[in-house]
Design a protein around this ligand. Sequence first.
Ligand code: UD1
Length: 417
Amino acid sequence: MDKFIVEKSGPLRGEVITDGAKNAVLPIIAATVLTGEKCVIENVPYLKDVEIMLKLLETLGARTSFSEKEKKIIVDGGKILNNSLPYELVKKIRASFLFAGPLLSRFGKVKIQMPGGCPIGVRPVDLHLKGFSLLGAEIKQEHGNIEISSPKIKGNNIYLDFPSVGATENIIMASVMAEGETYISNCSVEPEIINLADFLNKMGAKVFGAGTDNIKIIGVKELFGTAHKIIPDRIEAGTFMIGAVITKGDVTIKNVVRDHLRPVIAKLKDMNVDIEEKENMLRVRCDRELVNTDIKTLPFPGFPTDMQAQFMSLMAVTNGTGIINETIFENRFMHVGELNRMGADIKVESKSAIIKGVSKLTGTQVKATDLRAGAALILSALVAEGETEISDIYHIERGYYRIEEKFKKLGAKIKKL
Ligand code: UD1
């Protein structure tokens, strides 16, 4: 099993370039199922989750190629005949469920299982299924298998009880070739939804209002191949921002969309961090005494749950007490135990973590319990006395491209074993 060994490092300095957003590329890979023509996707990071989505596409009959150097995927869906996905792959990644909408749309039928993914909460798919059912699909659930079928998808009004990112994506993809119009209200407004809608519209779909909480989709007869570029990963950018702050360094993060990072920028400024904004880059400097803050995770444009663990690492070594209220996932504090093993003083009470800043952390053996929790451990390890050994780093590699190399370039003492 691979591990990261991290030693206490001095201030991080230099430049880092953000890769394409994992959470944007995964639904777009699923959307390629909607056409038999060739699709080219650019600015794709070579990540484990991306590889799994491509394997799933191949089991459906598609031909795929993925160049790590060119960061490019080519999908030829001309030979997709299968509409059933194998449990061994579906269980590995929650995003596998995003094939349900496009397969239903293209074939009128899909056989899939309850998905896997990071163990950060129960993560049901009821909102996805409710949407499919309102589009006229029949849903059968037995022994963990889900069979969704509809000879003809029909547009409808769909209200989401919660602005779920995945449900919004799946319902959009299920309805792009529906008969009539579909309206999704209280939908997710995350930047990744806009990136998906742009891709679908380039394929010939008619999706209006992505980025607002009311989306309208006018069904079209067919979709075509296209080329598309993935937006920068706001969570990767945010992780390096914390890297700069926690080590009291000076890092310029390139290839960012600053508006996607508003809550992260605002919270760091509250903590006394100096952030310079220019075009598509952010310079993050920290040579002042930090003050602790409070955070509440919310759907976009609120503070992202995917940055919660990394902020906790920073708050754990900042003077004063801060509170994090996690409102999106019910089990997203697994990193607390690991941070406390390093000397942090954090208590969890229901949906809140109370963080009392300590003057030092000490390196030890810790385990990445999920993707962002793993990133948080690297950040804490950069300032912990001595050496930290982080195991189960496959979680981290699901969502960060060569993270150790990027940190090393900034001066971090990190190696992969
Ligand atoms: C996506 C992101 C993930 C991020 C999350 C929230 C991808 C591949 N992953 O996950 O990194 O942390 O958004 O920003 O884009 N829920 C239901 N029923 C459903 C669907 C969701 O109750 O049918 C609940 C979930 O259990 C969770 C909340 O809604 O408590 C948010 O989930 P959702 O927005 O769907 O997240 P994902 O799309 O899974």
